[in-house]
Design a protein around this ligand. Structure first.
Ligand code: ADP
Ligand code: MG
Length: 240
């Protein structure tokens, strides 16, 4: 589903990602971990062209995103992204947040979009909040709406960038549970997280980044038990 070959990204000559290569299969759940500043967000953002790779070849959902004349709308409508800070539309109700893109981008009719939105709200446990505005929700509820909103476009791939990092501790679990349910539907997911026990439990594979380099690409059972590099060992020693 994703083929990455020698992906590099620099910001005004400062290398941030260097020669990353890996591939991700449909239905795989991949967790990206690594120290702050190691390039995790930049990596995710390159996959939907929120950042333009400096070099390398990347194919996502059959689209060569490093080629000429990329169909940005087609690329992005196949990828859902969930950020640390929810980015909900503050002036729209929860229901309208979820139906906005399907209606405006996909031209879905109102009734159909709302029916789908209620199904998603049920999945994330928030049907009773359909008419509420984002500012009346807790952080955990906002993030669950953000996940429902991303899913409303029926993406083939979901990217999560530290979805629980901005939440109060008691709200982390409800968001992780929604994500865990999603892993069980066969969704392809790339999750940047500092929740090591979650990564260990749900990921099929761990990508460990350090200083812009993909230092380890391993199964969680191997990575958490016996990381093969000193850099991963010292990282784990700090976070576990
Ligand atoms: P992480 O998500 O692992 O914390 P990032 O991908 O956000 O790391 O950042 C990696 C490096 O790239 C950092 O040194 C950061 O300062 C730099 N960086 C990220 N975005 C930009 C940008 N738009 N312009 C310049 N430097 C950036
Ligand atoms: Mg980041």
């Amino acid at each position: 589903m994703i083929e990455i070959s020698n992906l590099s990204k620099a910001f005004s000559d400062k290398p941030v990602l260097e020669n990353l290569s890996t591939s991700i299969k449909q239905g795989e759940v991949v967790s990206v971990i690594g120290p702050s500043g190691s390039g995790k967000s930049t990596f995710l953002r390159c996959l939907n062209l929120l950042e333009q790779p400096t070099s390398g070849k990347v194919t996502v959902n059959g689209i060569d995103i490093t080629g000429e004349n990329v169909d940005m709308l087609k690329l992005r409508s196949g990828i859902g992204m969930v950020f640390q800070h929810f980015h909900l539309f503050p002036h729209l109700t929860v229901l309208d947040n979820i139906t906005y893109a399907p209606r405006t981008v996909k031209g879905m009719d109102k009734t159909q979009a709302e029916r789908a939105a209620y199904d998603l709200l049920q999945k994330v446990g928030l049907t009773e909040k359909a008419a509420s505005y984002p500012n009346s929700l807790s952080g955990g509820q906002k993030q669950r709406v953000a996940i429902a909103r991303a899913l409303a476009m029926q993406p083939k791939l979901m990217l999560f960038d530290e979805p629980t990092s901005a939440l109060d501790p008691e709200m982390v679990k409800e968001v992780l549970e929604v994500m865990k349910d999603l892993t069980e539907t066969g969704m392809t997911m790339i999750i940047v997280t500092h929740e090591m026990s979650f990564a260990k439990e749900v990921a099929d594979r761990i990508l460990f980044l350090d200083e812009g380099k993909l230092v380890e690409d391993a199964r969680p059972s191997e990575f958490f038990k016996e990381p093969s590099t000193d850099r991963a060992k010292s990282f784990l020693a700090k976070v576990l």
